[in-house]
Write a protein that binds this ligand. Structure first.
Ligand code: S3P
Length: 446
């Protein structure tokens, strides 16, 4: 989100209060929302999206696909229609501002290259220091013309006649994988992407709904995704599932606030995204789920959460991609657990909206919980239920997930926790404070 220069920081504070109770509808999934807009813009004909997450990141992607030639209309709350370009983006070098959104920027680089478009991509301060070469290098190998500022935004991308690529991901990144798949739609011979660790597969699941052809196989210990190209897509009706990464905050809050019992309805249940819930169960969390349908090629569940006594965990690095965005709030859960926790293999957290490894350790330490970074691991001395002192004011460093994790901590700490600026929460979960208040949390605007 590009924070308007006229608006001033908005400080929020949480303090312990009653148990959390009630039913929450999970907000629309951010990853699926971006993909629905982009695939709709690449397709021929009309796409109707229900339950689109209307967060700043997703709205930046809506603006970007509009600038590339798609007609995008908001019909009602969460209901959007996209009239697609038939795979041909405009090539008049428009400037597209992605604000804080790495997903929007990286996926659109691939889409623009594959659809013969041409644009200049820019972003806010945080996005401008995040690594883009991981996407630009393989796109250049396919024949796209890319110009970047030392691997960072601003970036210029132009699609030419793209050639096929067979690419093994050097980092576990669904954004890189998806950018290449989107580019492959316009490449002679298509693309093959190989990944050692499975990452979120929403693009793979959604493409067939647009009439796309794609195959996923396991070969020599790798997941191999083959997308024949070039190919044309047709508009589709997409319902966006609930976001497990946003639901994670209410889930951890209910686990650590004594006496809580809540249900989060319509959460996407995808093994590449549900790592946090499996880890919390290993830590002693009482969770139960009921299947509640399907949307956008994904299974949905209603998740019941009961306040639980948690114990620390030594968490292996291999699971990291399945909970990559959830480490700040998992660290908060570990602070309220009995015994030590070690979260292994968190190097990628340094390349998120902030250096999330450092920011998470700082959040814990400032609130009286011993935490240390050892190599790429985060060590946390759990204080047990009722044992977290709290009382700090946290600099969120413009990172929405650090902001929400800090506020969750304040709901169960001995002293309130304050964040210096809550505005960035709107990049992924604009309704966060309202949803938490509805469940009974004490969230104060200062
Ligand atoms: C996303 C992939 C992940 C994740 C991000 C959303 C996506 O990033 O952190 O919030 O929608 O593909 P990486 O691909 O950089 O790991």
């Amino acid at each position: 989100m590009t924070v308007p220069s006229t608006s001033s920081p908005q400080s929020l504070r949480t303090r312990p209060g009653h148990a959390l109770q009630g039913v929450l509808g999970a907000p629309g999934d951010k990853s699926v929302s971006h993909r629905a807009l982009i695939l709709g813009a690449l397709a021929e004909g009309r796409t109707r999206i229900t339950g689109l997450l209307e967060s700043a990141d997703v709205l930046a992607t809506a603006d970007a696909v509009r600038a590339m030639g798609a007609a995008v209309t908001r019909e009602a709350d969460g209901i959007w229609s996209v009239s697609g370009t038939g795979g041909e983006f405009r090539n008049d070098r428009e400037t597209l501002d992605f604000g804080n959104s790495g997903t929007g920027a990286r996926l659109m680089m691939g889409a623009i290259a594959g659809a013969g478009g041409s644009a200049r991509l820019v972003g806010d301060e945080s996005l401008s220091v995040r690594p883009m070469a991981r996407v630009l290098n393989p796109l250049a190998k396919m024949g796209a013309v890319v110009r970047a500022n030392d691997g960072h935004l601003p970036v210029e991308v132009s699609g030419a006649d793209l050639a096929a690529i067979d690419y093994t991901l050097p980092v576990a990144s669904a954004q890189v994988k998806s950018a290449l798949l989107l580019a492959g739609l316009g490449a002679e011979g298509g693309v093959t992407v190989r990944e050692a660790e499975p990452t979120r597969d929403h693009t793979e699941r959604m493409l067939p709904l647009f009439g796309g052809r794609i195959s996923v196989t396991a070969e020599d210990g790798l997941t191999v995704i083959r997308l024949p190209g070039p190919q044309a897509l047709k508009g589709a009706d997409i319902t966006v599932p609930g976001d497990p990464s946003s639901a994670a905050f209410a889930c951890v809050a209910a686990l650590i606030v004594p006496g809580s019992e809540i249900t989060i309805a319509g959460v996407m249940d995808n093994p590449a995204r549900s790592g946090l819930y499996a880890v919390l169960e290993r830590m002693g969390a009482e969770l139960s789920d009921t299947p509640s349908g399907h949307a956008a090629g994904e299974a949905l569940i209603d998740l019941e959460i009961t306040a639980s006594l948690l114990h620390g965990i030594d968490l292996e690095a291999e699971v990291a991609p399945s909970l990559i965005d959830e480490y700040p709030v998992l660290a908060v859960a570990a602070a309220f657990a009995d015994g030590p926790t070690r979260l292994r293999g968190l190097a990628e957290l340094r390349a998120k909206e902030s250096d999330r490894l450092a920011a998470t350790a700082a959040l814990l330490t400032a609130n009286g919980v011993k935490a240390a970074i050892e190599g790429d691991d985060l060590l946390i001395e759990g204080r047990g239920p009722g044992g977290v002192p709290g009382g700090a004011t946290i600099e969120t460093q413009g990172d929405h997930r650090i902001a929400m994790a800090a506020l969750v901590m304040g709901m169960a700490a001995r002293q309130p926790v304050t964040i210096d600026d809550a505005r960035m929460i709107a990049t992924s979960y604009p309704g966060f404070a309202a949803d938490m208040r509805r469940l009974g949390a004490r969230v104060e605007t200062l």
